[in-house]
Ligand binder design. Structure first.
Ligand code: FNR
Length: 391
């Protein structure tokens, strides 16, 4: 499908989500779509973003929106990137390489998860200097050091350490769909696969997904065995000493992801981080977490003049990106939408999502009456609760 076909059939991220659900096996879809607990935080992220209103200004003549920005010494064509997503290649075979290439083509960042199905060596070669690498601190410090060495040697320019997964969360839908259950493929999953021929063919071509970054430290173990071993080994139970150690060994920009409190952001600054990602992990960890966008202004006030403030969780449109920037973000990460894109249309689908977000951001900048991202930061914000009847 070429770009104009994609644009007419799937003009919105929500259109891609509908199609992706039809093309992915149910266990993969539930892994992607799940929140945690009763899943109220997903709706809270959406409602809070919708409640951020921006008063437009007019009579500003011709505006040619400039989406470009500089972060960590590099110029980006747009102020957003692909968030780290574990098991991307399980959800759509070859997804990591497709998204790394799409990001490079669009001049945006691609962040590789340490739990993706491709390792830093393969993705670094495609992402070039558009690649960022995400790490969960590991119980096995020798393995962790080796992962960092590999990411560095593969050319990753920025390290993101995710601190908001101190323990796995309960994702009941995921469990019901059979993810991680033994045997690896149950009869009901086989029935699902029979109805998802494109995924089956793509998986057969690509081969069985593995956790390519960490597989090396668990020779012979299956993906779910590795998951259990990592869980038992204090994966993600990050402490101050961990950040100090990583800061010492990683010489390039270091960003801490999953920060929701201004005091935690100040701590990251004291520990020598170059940035934080304000995020509630796409509402996947704590169902009582505040909407991530509501945490952003106080964090931007606390540290925004001294370090980069990035934002993610719930971004579905270019307007959402404008909202986050207006509230103090320097840069935005986008998670699930990019997976909807590749599940719908393979490599072109990743590019299509970047196009949707860029075009919508540019259009809304003109609606608001600004030509630059700096102008967005000066825009007048009104907060008004969403009336569900308006949707
Ligand atoms: C994630 N996220 C995530 N974050 C991280 O630091 N490392 C990881 O391996 C993963 N894995 C992962 C898998 C899946 C399926 C999802 C949906 C999310 C969180 C991700 O980076 C980001 O914070 C959220 O996805 C942002 O929310 P949206 O854009 O998906 O609403």
């Amino acid at each position: 499908m070429d770009n104009s076909d994609l644009a007419s059939r799937y003009p919105l991220v929500s259109d891609l989500a509908v199609r992706a659900k039809q093309r992915m096996p149910n266990f993969a879809w539930e892994y992607l779509d799940s929140g945690t607990g009763l899943e109220t935080a997903i709706g809270r992220n959406r409602a809070a973003l919708d409640s951020v209103l921006i008063t437009p200004r007019f009579m500003r003549g011709e505006l040619q929106p400039d989406l470009s920005t500089t972060l960590f010494g590099k110029k980006w064509q747009a102020p957003f990137g692909v968030a780290p997503i574990g098991l991307t290649g399980m959800m759509w075979p070859g997804g990591e390489l497709m998204l790394a290439k799409a990001a490079r083509d669009h001049g945006i960042a691609y962040c590789l998860s340490s739990f993706a199905c491709e390792g830093p060596e393969a993705v670094g070669a495609v992402a070039g200097d558009h690649g960022w690498f995400q790490l969960y601190t590991m119980g096995d410090k020798t393995a962790e050091e080796d992962v960092l060495r590999r990411a560095d040697a593969s050319g990753f320019a920025t390290l993101i350490v995710t601190v908001d997964v101190p323990v796995s969360s309960t994702r009941e839908r995921q469990k019901k769909a059979g993810l991680g259950r033994r045997p690896a493929i149950s009869l009901s999953q086989l029935a699902q696969l029979a109805m998802r021929p494109s995924w089956v063919v793509a998986t057969a071509r690509k081969g069985k997904p593995t956790l390519a970054t960490v597989q090396k430290y668990y020779p012979g173990a299956s993906m779910s065995q590795i998951g259990r071993l990592l869980d038992a080994s204090k994966l993600g139970m990050t402490g101050i000493e961990d950040i100090k150690r990583i800061r010492k060994s990683w010489k390039k920009p270091l960003v801490i992801k999953g920060v929701m409190h201004p005091e935690d952001a100040r701590l990251c600054l004291e520990l020598g981080a170059d940035g934080v990602v304000v995020s509630n992990h796409g509402a996947r960890q704590l169902d009582a977490v505040p909407a991530a966008i509501d945490a952003l202004p106080a964090i931007a006030d606390a540290v925004g003049s001294k370090m980069a403030v990035l934002y993610d969780s719930g971004i579905r449109t270019g307007l959402d990106i404008a909202r986050a920037i207006a509230l103090g973000a320097d840069f935005v990460l986008v998670g699930r939408p990019f997976i909807y894109g590749i599940a719908t249309a393979g490599a072109e689908g990743g590019s299509h999502v970047a196009n949707i977000l860029s075009a919508d951001l540019a259009n809304n900048m003109v609606q608001i009456g600004v030509g630059t991202l700096a102008g967005l930061r000066d825009a007048e914000i009104v907060r008004a609760p969403v009336n569900e009847a308006w949707r």
